[in-house]
Design a protein around this ligand. Structure first.
Ligand SMILES: *Cc1c(COP(=O)(O)O)cnc(C)c1O
Length: 333
């Protein structure tokens, strides 16, 4: 067990952020249940304010800053949704927020972060350059660095989804979770396995630069080339100096599954056409893995986390018309 973050921290986070985030619905997927002849439920983090689950970790992290740290403000790097969540929480709590982004972040996400009053720095296409910019700003302006995933309070905040799932559907046998840096899946696994150790926790990510999967295969964090993907919110590395999520994923995640860009496109189309849900590529990987029959489901109801809805609409429109949305991927140059 990683001593830095435990199930009790998720329970504390749950109490701390109650009233600031939505308890999101868990709904039956008629289409996937019929197609797979299995009870499939969808956890709609897509209806969270700011459009993704990242608000849970962001509020929990900012609320656990000391008074002195709150007065200094925070700086963070993000593929978009974390930055937007920190900007939202910072505005609500009156904390200065600086967000550093790579140029791979879609324009819709950049604009949403600016609109919340955060200071935005677009440092370059490479995550390493953006990390250097975060360190530079932290040193120069005395800002507290808030990691998007490798932080005990962020992990605990995301884990509150697991507590909601246990209350909403106590007999779940598995949970299918989009995976990037691993904060989301680590928190959910901590919360759920503390109560239901036999729960299967399955991570899904994209073929295009699956940093956590390659790191687990190597037995240590490795750097991966960052490639554009329909699942833009899953791109980026896990940090060569990863302190928490690498070990938590190794110890708690039962299976990791990869999906192709075409499969993610199928997942997005399925969500829209069959479920009448608008979600983003990073949130569609669970549906994509199920449609591609890449997961063997255990008996009993399973939950799929639909982690966000901040899709670039022109890209989604192209996909729905049968075009290959990856041509521009909704990505700003
Ligand atoms: C951040 C994010 C993820 C992945 O979360 P990690 O904690 O980095 O694994 C999945 N889906 C969406 C929509 C996200 O914004």
């Amino acid at each position: 067990m990683n001593p830095a973050v435990q199930a009790v921290d998720v329970t504390d986070a749950h109490r701390r952020i109650a009233g600031l985030v939505q308890t999101t619905p868990l709904v039956c997927s008629q289409s996937l249940s019929a197609l797979l002849n299995h009870d499939v439920r969808l956890k709609l983090e897509s209806v969270q304010e700011t459009g993704s689950f990242k608000l849970r970790g962001a509020f929990n992290r900012l609320l656990t800053l000391s008074v002195e740290e709150k007065s200094r403000g925070v700086v963070t790097l993000s593929t978009g949704n974390h930055g937007r969540a920190v900007a939202f929480a910072g505005k609500k709590l009156g904390i200065r927020t600086v967000v550093c982004l790579t140029s791979l972040v879609p324009a819709n996400k950049v604009e949403a972060i600016r609109a919340l009053g955060a200071e935005v720095h677009i440092a370059g296409a490479d995550q390493d350059i953006v990390e250097a910019e975060v360190d530079r700003l932290a040193a120069r302006e005395g800002l507290v660095v808030v990691s998007p995933f490798d932080d005990p309070e962020i992990i605990a905040g995301q884990g509150t989804i697991g507590l909601e799932l246990l209350a909403q559907q106590p007999d779940l046998s598995a949970v299918i979770v989009p995976l990037s840096g691993g904060g989301l899946i680590s928190g959910i696994a901590l919360a759920m396995k503390a109560v239901r150790p036999e729960m299967r926790v399955i991570g899904v990510t994209m073929d295009n630069g699956p940093a956590m999967v390659l790191s687990q295969q190597a037995g240590q964090p490795v750097s991966v080339e960052e490639l554009p993907s329909l699942a833009d919110s899953l791109t980026g590395g896990i940090g060569l100096a990863n302190k928490h999520t690498f070990g938590l994923v190794r110890d708690l995640v039962d299976e990791m599954v990869l999906v192709s860009e075409a499969e993610i496109a199928d997942g997005l189309r399925h969500a829209y056409e069959q479920e009448r849900l608008i979600i983003e590529g990073g949130a569609a990987v669970g549906i994509a893995a199920l449609l591609a029959r890449r997961i063997t489901l255990p008996a009993g109801p399973v939950a799929v986390i639909l982690s966000g809805r901040n899709v670039n609409i022109p890209m989604l429109t192209k996909l729905l018309h049968g075009e290959d949305g990856s041509a521009d991927g909704g990505v700003v140059a």
